[in-house]
Design a protein around this ligand. Structure first.
Ligand SMILES: [Zn+2]
Ligand SMILES: [Zn+2]
Length: 959
């Protein structure tokens, strides 16, 4: 056993003024659970806190452990109103460490948070200024940044929006008072800064008054009211991207519609050209098939919403270097790291930060003598360590001083106020650089008004298909296919419910306007490239495909190169969180292209302990399809099933063998996620929850395993409610665990899997696919096809009815070549029979090492041990052959995907890695292409199959 991981949540820097206090025990979490509750449930766990300084009355800071003998103490940090007069006792920032101990073996874990100590506020300003606020918005706000006496700039105020739109509530006593007003239009803004634009237009000057103690500061800012995103606007139109060979408005309700919105662009022509070029590449197979085969089956739309400024809001303090006149380069500030040794001569700059905190601008000119004296009195550095640090050979102090120049760039006034949530923190939070909406600016639900009335350039109403609203209301079928195309290249893209973000740049350089004499800076306008770089086209496409039933086929890139190639049981990597997939198998049910080991194990063929992979249970044993139609109605009569087909031209014939299966699209599911946004469980009851539970984090209060129920409490207010989960899923939770509930659009993969979790640990779940047994066509009349099961086969329950958001597919499978089918392999599948048989005889992934062990395989194109005799004649394309490879869903072992190369695994090849020395994208594998066809237009399966065979990657010649 080792002590569970702990973290401050949120981990962001806290800025305190002299006279303020905060209890940090409210922020501590152990294993994702509020620390007191975790401790209550685990008798051997206790925690405590420490500061990076030795307390003394000289410092005028107290850190008080409340109830110190308890396993769960409080920890109050209090700054006396007056700072010490003597510079050697003045701390500008310090660290607080939380230490969790497992008393059963005395193992510990640690986390740190930084507290800034300020004396006064010197200046305040609104940001962005001006701020664009749209008519009809509720709750818009600007941020207030403050310059403190130590030249540090930080946001002040009560409302702090963190990762995943989480609102952070700090309980600081003796708060700074911020009051807003608009003298000319008093109704525009209330005291606390909440803007109510109504139907007003134009520029309005706001006054801000900030009071702390005897200090009063004022500032003004401007609100620009706009109707650009209001329901009644008529100037912004959706334009069909003609290079996409789109079927257009006439097919709006039949085909998928994908909408690109401009964020951070000031130039509509540049935005339009980028998209014309990208979509043209997409449909002409320059990125990946099957977009070319689906030409005419997808509408691509672009909507230019002008931003007042180019760029994106970036919320991290940056270390700056003056590079040219009036320009500075901003670099991500260093993150403190606990050193492995007490010997200061081995330390890095990050290790020094762990003891002394970040330098502030005033520190740049503090001499060695004064600095040493200060560190002697305000840190736990020993005399020996100080001797090393201030000795002749260490450059650490000089380097620390040179990092003193930091700036927080102003927010950008972009169309949607999207930001990179890269807040400054002493330790990294898991999703530290997510791109996200800022709750105070535009929110996705606000866009529904705009979407609801959005017209195309021919004045046809197209927007309603993109309305998000609720499933009970008027949710549009394409509400999730909205892509915010960002001019900025930073931050981690994410594909969330109702939207995704993608950048057109991948330049991570941040250039700020101004010189080292400026306290307040902003980023220079980002230049828009002429075309989206190939690699970004790959990212956009990869992210887009996540909305259509495809999962990641790769493992997380290790920080340490030494992990690469290691066997997954190697002591170096065995405890790394991304080595082996250990989550429940059903997390992968939404994907067609990844499968956890738990779903296809069998006892070892030669006997012995453990299990091996059962190739016959590979998920992507999908039938190759020669003809297909959607089914619009289904009725049963005795043994007969009567199907109404949408496409009578599919050419089905009496006597032909066919199958039918469900295709569930645009299904909405209330899902429980943990803090890392991993799927944890599905809620079966109730169907909807009040927003207090879906827009804020919730906490588990009680668990009723017998009835599959959890009682949860919202972080917002005192609301509690009970939710019922799928059978067996309450076992994934702990009392006190903080969770996120979101309604997800779920697109089922090829097989809709109905799963009953195993009641005994280690046993596989019971699974049913919504796929019919083999059928024969008995008669055809117009669009009515009557089918009968071959033999005494029974239908899975749920296959004879069509529920909302469900569709049915009728198809004829391709026969096995030369009638060489077997009972185990009756029709041709995406995986060729020789390969399946080979995997049955050799039950390990094809990228395993020579002794068949799974490894940390980080190659974009993986190795394959498939023997040459399975590779079709003349084919150099061994790595595209569908088989079994380990890796997927961020893990390297215990989860598998179909081929050695695929856009969902690694998509970009730099020129040095390609034969013709040109950069290149890797196409989707056959399984991924097939999945996309299935969701977009199953009548194109025939075209897919023809394309599959021309690639010479299907070894079905058994002779
Ligand atoms: Zn991905
Ligand atoms: Zn794939």
């Amino acid at each position: 056993m080792s002590a569970p991981r702990c973290a401050f949540n949120p981990p962001y820097d806290i800025h305190l003024l002299r006279g303020q206090s905060i209890d940090l025990s409210n922020l501590l979490e152990i294993d994702g659970t509020d620390a007191p509750e975790y401790t209550d449930a685990h008798a051997s766990i206790k925690y405590s806190f420490q500061t990076s300084f030795n307390a003394s009355t000289n410092l005028k800071i107290t850190a008080t452990l409340g109830n110190p003998t308890s396993r769960k103490p409080t920890y109050l940090i209090k700054l006396d109103a007056a700072a010490p007069a003597d510079a050697k006792f003045q701390i500008t920032s310090f660290l607080v460490y939380a230490i969790v101990t497992d008393t059963s073996d005395n193992s510990t874990s640690q986390a740190a948070i930084r507290i800034h100590v300020h004396k006064t506020i010197q200046k305040v300003w609104m940001t962005p200024d001006p701020i664009t606020v749209y008519q009809g918005m509720a709750g818009a706000r600007a941020a207030v940044y403050a310059l403190f006496d130590d030249k540090v700039v930080a946001e002040i105020g009560d409302i702090y929006v963190g990762d995943n739109e989480e609102i952070v509530k700090y309980t600081i006593t003796n708060k700074v008072q911020i009051k807003w007003k608009c003298t000319a239009t008093p109704a525009l803004i209330n005291d606390s800064g909440r803007i109510t634009p109504g139907n007003r237009f134009g520029n309005h000057v706001l006054g801000i008054t900030v009071k702390y103690g005897s200090q009063t500061l004022t500032a003004t800012g401007t609100v620009q009211l706009s109707d650009a995103l209001s329901a009644s606007q008529t100037t912004i139109k959706a334009e069909l991207i003609t290079s996409g060979k789109c079927p257009g408005f006439d097919k709006l309700n039949e085909v998928p519609n994908i909408l690109f919105l401009a964020e951070g662009f000031t130039n509509s022509t540049a935005f339009g050209q980028l998209l014309d070029n990208y979509v043209s590449d997409l449909v002409s197979k320059k990125i990946s098939s099957p977009f070319n085969l689906l030409k005419g089956s997808i509408n691509y739309w672009k909507v230019f919403v002008p931003s007042r400024e180019d760029g994106l809001t970036y919320r991290s303090v940056l270390e700056v270097l003056e590079t040219e006149p009036n320009r500075m380069v901003g670099l991500r500030a260093k993150v403190a790291t606990k050193p492995a040794s007490a010997d200061a001569s081995t330390w890095t700059a990050e290790n020094l930060l762990y003891f002394v905190g970040v330098p502030v601008r005033n520190d740049a000119t503090v001499g060695n003598t004064a600095l040493r004296l200060r560190w002697e009195n305000t840190t736990k550095l020993t005399a020996a360590q100080l001797d090393v640090l201030f000795g002749p050979t260490s450059g650490l102090v000089a380097s620390w001083r040179s990092d003193a120049e930091c700036r927080l760039p102003d927010a950008k006034d972009t169309a949607f106020g999207i930001s990179v949530n890269d807040y400054t923190a002493v330790e990294q939070d898991g999703q530290y650089n997510l791109i996200n909406f800022d709750k105070r600016r535009v929110q996705r639900d606000f866009l529904d008004g705009f979407m609801g009335s959005l017209k195309d350039t021919d004045n046809n109403l197209i927007g309603p298909v993109f309305v998000m609203d609720t499933p009970a209301g008027n949710r549009g079928k394409d509400f999730d296919n909205i892509i915010f195309l960002l001019v900025d290249g930073r931050g981690r893209a994410q594909n969330a419910t109702g939207y995704m973000f993608s950048a057109v740049n991948f330049d991570s350089t941040i250039t700020l306007m101004g010189t080292l004499a400026d306290d307040r800076v902003s980023e220079v306008a980002i230049s828009v490239p002429a075309t989206i770089p190939l690699r970004k086209k790959g990212t956009i496409t990869h992210e887009l495909l996540h909305s259509f039933g495809l999962g990641d086929e790769y493992g997380e890139e290790p920080d340490d190169d030494a992990y690469k190639g290691k066997i997954i049981t190697d002591p170096l990597v065995v405890n790394w969180p991304f080595t082996t997939y250990k989550d429940p198998a059903y997390y992968a049910d939404q994907y067609s292209n990844v499968q956890p080991r738990k779903d296809f194990e069998r006892p070892k063929t030669g006997g012995g302990a453990g299990t091996e992979l059962d190739a016959y249970k590979i998920k992507w044993r999908y039938h190759r399809i020669q003809k297909c139609s959607l089914v619009t109605a289904v009725t049963t009569s005795g043994n007969d099933v009567l199907l109404t087909v949408k496409n009578p031209k599919a050419g089905f014939k009496v006597g032909e063998s066919v199958f039918f299966r469900k295709r569930r699209v645009n299904r909405y599911q209330l899902r429980v996620f943990d803090k890392d946004m991993r799927v944890v469980a599905d809620i079966v009851n109730p169907a909807t929850l009040p927003t207090a539970f879906t827009k804020y984090y919730v906490k588990v209060k009680t668990i009723d395993a017998a009835n599959n129920k959890l009682t949860i409490k919202s972080d917002f207010g005192t609301n509690q409610t009970t939710i019922e989960l799928m059978t067996g899923q309450t076992s994934f939770f702990r009392v006190g665990q903080r969770l996120d509930i979101r309604e997800k659009r779920v697109t089922d993969p090829i097989f809709t899997i109905l799963r009953t979790p195993a009641t005994t640990a280690g046993q596989p779940d019971t699974q049913t696919f919504l796929l019919s047994p083999e059928l024969t066509i008995k008669s055809i009349a117009g669009n009515q096809v009557t089918v009968q099961p071959v033999g005494a086969a029974t239908f899975p329950a749920g296959l004879s009815t069509l529920n909302p958001n469900e569709e049915m597919l009728l198809y004829a499978a391709v026969p096995v070549r030369d009638n060489q089918g077997t009972n185990q392999y009756k029709y041709a599948e995406l995986i060729a029979r020789p390969i399946l048989d080979y995997l049955n005889d050799n039950p390990f992934p094809l990228n395993a090492n020579t002794t068949h062990e799974e490894i940390i395989d980080t190659d974009d194109i993986q190795n394959s041990s498939l023997p040459p005799k399975y590779i079709p004649c003349c084919s150099r394309r061994k790595k595209e052959i569908i088989g079994l490879y380990s890796g997927g869903m961020s893990y390297f072992g215990g989860v598998y995907h179909p081929s050695a190369q695929c856009m969902m695994h690694g998509y970009y090849l730099s020129p040095s890695d390609t034969k013709d020395k040109k950069e290149q994208l890797i196409e989707l594998c056959a399984v991924c292409r097939y999945t996309f066809i299935n969701l977009i237009d199953p009548t194109k399966f025939e075209d897919f199959d023809a394309d599959y065979l021309t690639r010479k990657i299907y070894p079905d010649n058994l002779s």
